[in-house]
Design a protein around this ligand. Structure first.
Ligand SMILES: Nc1ncnc2c1ncn2[C@@H]1O[C@H](COP(=O)(O)OP(=O)(O)OP(=O)(O)O)[C@@H](O)[C@H]1O
Ligand SMILES: [Mg+2]
Length: 276
């Protein structure tokens, strides 16, 4: 009884916090480990990048600090152009330690945090973030760990390389600053083979105890004859209360897309193959 009340109370407080404008000053103050002059000099260097010219607002103060750290640690050498700007995140191409990397830069202020929280709270790995910013940091950490687990399960994903606050660094899928196309953007010569690969990947994830949660022709890239699974922030553990619902939805997306290309399948058929 007592616990229940505490939980509701905590949830209400979090809701209030998420609803209001978050005052970053306090956090930024505490984390001011980089000298201001150093940071301004870093920002001046960044200004030359294509991404900065196009979308300067991506590089807010906390993001600058995260990037500064990634550069100091050698994960990033130079920032290139924006390859995607979405609701939750911008993806920017950059030079990394050993070639091109993708920086997925989450927006801290404009994300749908109630959604994030719904995914995070059913995750046994999640211990409960307190502020809005902490939720994003936790989200990025989880996306990194999901990508790592997927790779270990034999699923082709962008190799996760590093993460810092709201920025995830991974292998760049594409070349010369140009992102690889999404599955929906290419003409598929052999839908059956392609379907088999997608089902196999979903099945490997499932065996590893992961449900992607947003599997569709938008989050599958086609690169050098391979299919690459991306966007795993929302992926959940098979133990998650919403895992079944998300899995059915993923299988439904796969069935719909490949049926439209003439593959004889259905949501239940995909579900059966993924969970067999
Ligand atoms: N590692 C990568 N290499 C190359 N391109 C990438 C990479 N990661 C993401 N992209 C590109 O950026 C796009 C958006 O990435 P992603 O799907 O991970 O973000 P998202 O969560 O869907 O973002 P939003 O929902 O805010 O649009 C992808 O469709 C892809 O074109
Ligand atoms: Mg996506």
């Amino acid at each position: 009884m007592e616990d229940e009340r505490d939980a509701t109370e905590a949830e209400r407080e979090l809701d209030e916090e998420l609803a209001g404008d978050i005052d970053e000053d306090d956090t930024v103050e505490r984390e001011r480990e980089i000298d201001d002059a150093e940071l301004r000099e870093f920002e001046d260097r960044l200004r030359d990048s294509e991404a900065y010219e196009v979308e300067a607002e991506v590089f807010d103060e906390p993001t600058l600090r995260a990037l500064y750290k990634l550069v100091s640690d050698g994960h990033v050498r130079a920032v290139g152009g924006v390859v995607s700007s979405g609701k939750e995140a911008n993806v920017v191409e950059a030079d990394g330690r050993e070639g091109e990397v993708a920086l997925k830069i989450y927006r801290v202020v404009a994300s749908s945090f109630n959604d994030m929280r719904r995914y995070l709270e059913g995750d046994p790995r999640f211990e409960g973030a307190r502020s809005k910013k902490e939720l994003v940091v936790e989200w990025v950490r989880r996306e990194y760990s999901n990508l790592r687990r997927a790779a270990e399960a034999g699923v082709r994903v962008p190799e996760p390389l590093a993460h810092e606050r709201n920025v995830l660094v991974s292998e760049f899928i594409g070349g010369g600053g140009v992102r690889a196309p999404q599955l929906r953007e290419v003409e598929i010569e052999n839908p059956e083979t392609c379907y088999d690969v997608v089902v196999e990947y979903a099945s490997r994830l499932y065996d590893e105890g992961i449900v992607h949660g947003d599997l569709s022709e938008y989050n599958l890239l086609v690169h050098e004859g391979d299919i690459v699974v991306i966007d795993m922030g929302q992926a959940v553990d098979a133990e998650h209360p919403r895992a079944d619902e998300l899995l059915e939805n993923d299988c439904g997306n796969v069935a719909r897309f490949f049926s439209s290309l003439g593959v004889d399948t259905s949501r239940d058929e995909v579900l059966k193959q993924v969970t067999r």
